[in-house]
Design a protein around this ligand. Structure first.
Ligand code: ZN
Ligand code: ZN
Length: 77
């Protein structure tokens, strides 16, 4: 699929158009506010408490449980 310009940005989670009123941006990607939640517990996140790894969103708790635990052999950057 070629990228479309002028057609509005697509949510990185659900791939539907994001309008300004419902837009949240993290890591250079746009999201719907409603899609911006932990992939594990579905807790709603905001820019102050989210964590992200390889495009997947987590709350701080699940980020440390899943991502940090997985990377124990390499220092976290
Ligand atoms: Zn979305
Ligand atoms: Zn969580």
């Amino acid at each position: 699929m070629p990228p479309k310009f002028g057609g509005g940005e697509k949510c990185a989670i659900c791939n539907k158009t994001v309008y300004a009123a419902e837009r949240i941006e993290a890591g250079d990607k746009p999201y719907h506010k409603l899609c911006f939640k932990c992939s594990e517990c579905k807790m709603s996140l905001n820019l102050n408490n989210y964590a992200q790894s390889e495009g997947v969103l987590y709350c701080k708790k699940h980020f440390s449980e899943i991502v940090t635990a997985k990377n124990t052999q390499t220092p976290v950057v």
